[in-house]
Design a protein around this ligand. Structure first.
Ligand SMILES: [Mn+2]
Length: 333
């Protein structure tokens, strides 16, 4: 059943879900739509199969996703008794330390584990690994697993959570990972009664006013461009976050306001960090890999979406480093 790096198929993963009874589900820090959607979808699916399951998120569910949260979530390890579990499932997490739980020592967890992910730089760190880098979302891989076990247990709630992950990781079917396959999977999830109207309204048409004002000021005063306008970025000053009392946990999608800019090929958000400046990068063209930039700047991710850290003392220096890296990618043949 296993191959190199103990990679397994969706059918094998379904077999593991049948075999064990008590599951701990773990996902990554700064949980996004795919982490939340796939985490709760698996939680609910396992319960539908009569199993015991809990979802460990490193922090509370972001407000944006509050409507999609189910019971059975915990944000701290304290009080967790490992004897209550037989199996750990990691979702959407390329390296175990991104689970970012101060007291979670990955190596000390003695339980058998399965790593389900679509990040191309996944380290195959679990006992079994199901890493499909062509999948648009971890939620899409979960759907493939659930289908091999028969569709009976895919309730409308589960279908909605899976679709939430897919919608957010494809930017509402706008990004380059929007494949014929993921569109078919989305169609099947609609047939299983996923509430698409609710997902789209909550995700795209429910921005609080203060956040829209924050975005407007960012665009008006903090948008910078370089490399013949092919690189565009915001540095988000902490004063601005304070002024509008924005919780950065709820600003997933902010980078898409930059992506909307004509002529920009690579877009970046920069934020202060104790070691320098944290960057989040997106590419609008598969020719220009932001994964490459991120890997050179203490980070990683997908080719079209990545994150890193520029270790520089001043914003000016950090911007110089960013421009130099972007130039390298934009001018490479
Ligand atoms: Mn994902």
């Amino acid at each position: 059943m296993t191959t190199e790096k103990n990679r397994i198929s969706p059918a094998d993963a379904a077999g593991l879900f049948r075999k064990y009874d008590k599951f701990l589900i773990v996902t990554h820090e700064n949980p996004d739509g795919d982490a939340v959607g796939s985490g709760f979808a698996l939680l609910e699916y396992l319960r539908q199969c009569g199993k015991h399951a809990e979802l460990l998120l490193p922090e509370p569910v972001p407000e944006k996703y509050a409507d999609f949260a189910l019971s059975g979530q915990r944000s701290q390890l304290s009080g967790l008794d490992w004897a209550d579990f037989e199996f750990v499932v990691y979702l959407d997490t390329p390296i175990p330390k991104r689970t970012a739980l101060a007291d979670l020592k990955f190596e000390q967890i003695q339980l058998p584990s399965l790593n389900i992910d679509h990040h191309p730089d996944n380290a195959d760190y679990a006992r079994w690994n199901l890493v499909l880098s062509r999948a648009a979302a971890t939620a899409e891989i979960l759907f493939m697993i659930f289908k091999t076990g028969g569709e009976a247990k895919i309730t409308p709630v589960i279908a909605g959570l899976l679709l939430l992950g897919i919608v957010m990781d494809t930017g509402g079917f706008r990004f380059d990972n929007t494949s014929p396959k993921v569109l078919r999977h989305a169609a099947e999830l609609l047939e299983l009664k996923a509430d698409y109207h609710h997902i789209v309204n909550e995700m795209f048409f429910a921005t609080p006013l203060a956040q829209l004002e924050f975005q407007a000021e960012l665009i008006a005063r903090h948008l910078r461009r370089a490399c013949h306008e092919r690189l565009a970025w915001f540095y988000i000053p902490p004063e601005l976050i304070r002024k509008y009392q924005v919780n950065m946990r709820n600003t997933e999608g902010l980078i898409d306001t930059l992506r909307a800019l004509r002529g920009a090929e690579i877009v970046v958000i920069m934020q202060q960090h104790e070691l320098g400046f944290k960057i989040s990068l997106r590419s609008k063209n598969p020719k220009y890999s932001v994964g490459r930039i991120a890997r050179r700047l203490n980070g990683g991710g997908h080719e079209m979406a990545a994150g890193g850290l520029i270790k520089a003392a001043t914003l000016e220096n950090a911007e110089k480093i960013l421009i130099a890296q972007a130039e390298g990618v934009l001018n490479a043949l």
